[in-house]
Design a binder for this molecule. Structure first.
Ligand code: ATP
Ligand code: MG
Length: 901
């Protein structure tokens, strides 16, 4: 791996004002960091709660690959699906839009990764406030102070309410207000005529007019309707209306800083320049390379954020998007003449430029860079071949007058040269050739490749708990303190995906779900399995086989074993204590393991995933290579040492900021609530964790690693057991040993010696069997029957077997005795064939004897000829009946040769 380049770090160490590139505008105008802070502060003055950015990769939300907008984290709030702790919020959200990839570098205002400033109302303030506040923030000299005459707005065709606010209250000149259709100014686009059904509403966009053109900086969405069926009259007013607005941070910064492109603002231009530096090209905004450098800057920034959240380049989902972005950027570098990995050198620069809002990026610079350099190296290894192949395809297409790249060609390029189809398509487009996407997908289908697009927001799934969630806050979880809840009440029953008010024992075959107002059952979360146990009430007994979490509710899945369960019934819920205790042991041991991995492998060995079960655990963590046996033992010893110290285990609730200050281990890409639960073991392990733990490390009993293996590139997996399972495991191994010892008739400790002896005997026997199966004399027999002439052993014999067998025998003989002269022969009467092979030990050859001469003399008697080397020669003949005579000749010939030599 190439050494990681350091220039970009050093260069920006002292901050941007002293950076080498400080154009005049950057000295006087508002910095992006200041703008971000101003926006949040402004909306706080309007009663909005400042909330942190959600992660870029919301693994909790299967409907998107990356967070596409600020509202994404509030989807449940907007739908009234969760309890609202606040009704006004403001955020700065990290976003990534794959749909804008092709715009990057070409337009002045599109990135893949960008930050969206948002303010949100959940049934609280509405259109009037949203418009007034946006205007105030943009134009008030206390805030941004943009000249009103440079701003304009758009509204949805017949949104009279918005028109009146803009014209009568804001006093926007009528020529500065434009009315647009549902394709532009409705969310979701075209919803009134095309759907989907559900919440929707008109938008109002705010534009800024610069010397270079106009740019949309802010979009205000007024969610005020419920769409029901097709037009007409299908938009019903919602009783509770919402506001969702998004202001592009980079776009607004470019306006404030008076630059012609987002890429020239203070937090991006240095990255573009650094991209030029690592590619050995100076940045000229006007030329093709300028476009390439902007794209490189954009893509490396996006990938740094995504990889920081543990997305590795791959062929699926988010990983594929990262791969595609990285490879596109590498191709851009390649087209500027770069042949070595360069992108990874920019990670430090990204972290430096983004450190104010995202200081955590600085902690993963090295690991992110190493992921990137790997991907670069892999792609660079095939890129030249790939480009040549593409050129040949283009030439061929020209000759065939074909305008469409076929699916098979694209699939082949992807699989053999790692060329993402989108890249191929881009190269084709440069030649005015098109691309057969359907064909490509058909080709790839059997390989299970998913392409990166498709960020459809899916807000309208059926959820049997919906009514319950609207009516109640959730179930109270008692499971940290107790394993039994005596006065619980049944508040929900779900059978066949429907809420019902009762179920009878005889009614159901499939598991049903019971929801209680309070419960000691831990629902599966954070890798820890759900509890099992029993819920009992007057006239019913329900066996819980699993517990899951859905929002704030715990779902008890299982079987009604007796009677009838009804809504409102009083119940006692009891967790299977012994199993829960095993889960606790495994969970506390997991934290000890995480600690030991960090200590012995390094800070990079962070948790990637885990599963905690009854005295059993599986832990995935980042590490580039397999763990050596010595390290595994060290890690296992460390965990057991920490068990033996009997360290107290305590959990406390505190704010995220406090926990961070206390040094709690936080997982990047993990979504943490404001108040977090921190689990501390002694003074050495602090993790944010909602799981159930022991009160003292000694209660783990003992910890034993069973295996260490790879799960994905850069991710290892340890499987281990605790407590009574270790005892069971020891017993199991002992039993096996005892059985083996009995079978071998030795005490277990003598088994290794015994097995080795047996293996040796077996090898010898095998050899004898092989020799025996040839049916001829053994080596020892041949030696015993040898004659001796002038101190030389002479072996002349007819033996069964093919030429190879004869040669092997000769070799074995030569290894056993020397000096030796051997001539072995055999005949196949039916085929009228004779084979003769002669071999001489080295000292005889040195004395001038020649096996070729010898074998030829004998072969002449069976009407044959031969050849070979002086130490080993072979001859064939056609008169098997003469073989005994030939062997006689061989004997007299060797006598002659020996006496002459
Ligand atoms: P455009 O039509 O310019 O692509 P949009 O209509 O897709 O913008 P919205 O979905 O309304 O944008 O997002 C809200 C705001 O986020 C926009 O007004 C803009 O300031 C910003 N924004 C959207 N997409 C990007 C992007 N790819 N790069 C930078 N900023 C963006
Ligand atoms: Mg867009």
């Amino acid at each position: 791996m190439a050494p990681l380049f350091t220039i970009p770090h050093g260069r920006y160490d002292k901050g941007f004002d002293t950076a080498i590139y400080t154009p005049p505008w950057a000295r006087e105008t508002m910095k992006t960091d200041e703008l971000r802070e101003k926006y949040l502060a402004f909306f706080e003055t309007k009663g909005c709660v400042r909330r942190p950015s959600d992660v870029l990769v919301p693994r909790w939300d299967p409907s998107v690959l990356f967070t596409p907008a600020g509202m994404n984290q509030f989807k449940d709030h907007f739908l009234g699906r969760c309890k609202l702790e606040f009704t006004r919020a403001t955020t700065c959200q990290k976003c990534l839009r794959t749909g804008d990839i092709d715009n990057v570098g070409r337009t002045a205002y599109h990135h893949t990764f960008f930050e969206m400033m948002g303010n949100f109302s959940f049934g609280d303030y509405f259109k009037r406030e949203a418009i007034h506040w946006a205007w105030e923030f943009l134009t008030s000299s206390k805030w941004l102070g943009l000249p009103p005459e440079k701003l304009s707005a758009t509204i949805y065709l017949d949104d009279e309410e918005a028109a009146r606010i803009w014209l009568d209250e804001i006093k926007l000149a009528p020529e500065r207000l434009q009315r647009l259709g549902e394709d532009e100014n409705f969310w979701p686009a075209n919803a009134p005529s095309q759907g989907p059904d559900g919440v929707c509403g008109p938008c109002s966009e705010i534009y800024y007019h610069t010397a270079f053109g106009q740019v949309e900086i802010w979009n205000l969405v007024f969610t005020q309707f419920n769409r029901v069926g097709d037009p007409p009259n299908n938009l019903r007013p919602l009783p509770s209306k919402n506001i969702d607005t998004g202001m592009g941070l980079e776009r607004t910064a470019s306006v404030l800083q008076g630059v012609e492109s987002n890429f020239h603002i203070d937090i991006l231009r240095p990255l573009v320049e650094a991209s030029g530096e690592v590619c050995g090209v100076s940045y000229n905004p006007e030329d093709e390379n300028g476009r390439r450098l902007r794209r490189i800057a954009d893509h490396v920034r996006a990938c740094t954020f995504a990889i920081h959240e543990n997305v590795n380049p791959g062929n699926k989902k988010q990983g594929y998007v990262v791969r595609r972005l990285l490879r596109r950027a590498v191709l851009d570098g390649h087209q500027m003449g770069v042949r070595e990995p360069f992108l990874h050198k920019l990670v430090g620069c990204v972290a430096e430029l983004m450190k104010k809002p995202y200081p955590e990026l600085g902690e993963t610079v090295a690991s992110v860079a190493s992921v990137i350099v790997n991907e670069e190296t892999n792609f660079l290894a095939t890129i030249d071949d790939g480009l040549n192949r593409i050129e040949r395809i283009f030439d061929q297409m020209k000759r065939q007058r074909r305008g469409i790249v076929s699916g098979a060609e694209a699939a082949d390029m992807f699989q053999t040269h790692g060329f993402p189809p989108e890249l191929f398509e881009t190269l084709a487009a440069e030649r005015n050739l098109t691309f057969d996407w359907n064909g490509f997908r058909d080709e790839m289908e059997q390989h299970g490749i998913e392409s990166g697009g498709g960020q459809k927001v899916e807000l309208f799934r059926h959820d049997p708990l919906e009514a319950l969630k609207k009516a109640l806050h959730g179930s109270r979880f008692l499971g940290y303190e107790t394993l039994e809840a005596r006065d619980a009440k049944v508040i929900g029953i779900i059978a066949n995906d429907q809420l019902c008010d009762h179920v009878d024992e005889v009614d159901h075959e499939h598991p049903i779900v019971v929801v209680l107002d309070q419960t000691p059952f831990y629902g599966e979360m954070g890798g820890q399995v759900g509890d099992r146990g029993e819920i009992k009430g007057t006239g019913f007994r329900f066996q819980v086989i699993d517990a899951q979490v859905d929002g704030a509710f715990t779902l008890h899945r299982g079987h009604l074993r007796e009677g009838r369960i009804e809504l409102g019934a009083a119940a006692t819920a009891r967790v299977d204590t012994e199993r829960r205790q095993g889960i606790r042991r495994a969970h506390s041991a997991t934290h000890l393991l995480h600690y030991a991995l960090q200590k012995h492998l390094g800070k990079h060995a962070l948790q990637q995933g885990s599963k905690v079960d009854d005295d059993w655990l599986r832990f995935d963590f980042a590490n580039p290579a397999a763990i050596s046996v010595e390290d595994l033992i060290r890690i296992e010893d460390e965990v057991n040492a920490k068990i033996l110290t009997g360290a107290p285990i305590a959990s406390t609730n505190q704010s995220l900021a406090e926990a961070r200050k206390a040094g709690a281990m936080m997982l990047f890409g993990e979504k943490y609530p404001d108040v977090v639960r921190m689990v501390a073991i002694g003074d050495f392990s602090k993790e944010l964790c909602g799981g159930t733990h022991l009160s003292n490390s000694a209660l783990v009993g003992i910890f034993k690693i069973l295996s260490e293996e790879s799960v994905a590139a850069g991710t290892r997996r340890i499987t281990a057991i605790t407590g009574r399972r270790v005892l069971e495991n020891i017993r199991h191994v002992q039993t096996i040993l005892a059985q083996a010892g009995a079978a071998m008739r030795v005490p277990p400790e003598e088994l290794p010696d015994r097995i080795e002896t047996l293996a040796k005997e077996l090898r010898q026997l095998k050899k004898q069997v092989v020799a025996g199966s040839r049916g001829g004399p053994s080596i020892d027999q041949l030696i015993a029957e040898a004659t001796e002439l002038a101190g030389v052993k002479v072996v002349i014999a007819e033996v069964p077997g093919g030429p190879n067998d004869l040669r092997q025998l000769i070799d074995q003989l030569r290894r056993k005795v020397a000096p030796v002269a051997v001539l072995l022969a055999n005949r196949q009467e039916e085929e009228q064939k004779v084979t003769l092979i002669a071999g001489l030990s080295r000292d005889l050859v040195q004395r001038g004897l020649d096996a070729v001469k010898w074998v030829r003399a004998a072969a002449s008697v069976v009407d044959g000829g031969g050849g070979g080397r002086s130490d080993m020669a072979q001859a064939g003949g056609k008169l098997p009946e003469n073989l005994p005579a030939a062997l006689e000749v061989a004997r007299s010939e060797i006598e002659k040769l020996l006496s002459a030599g």
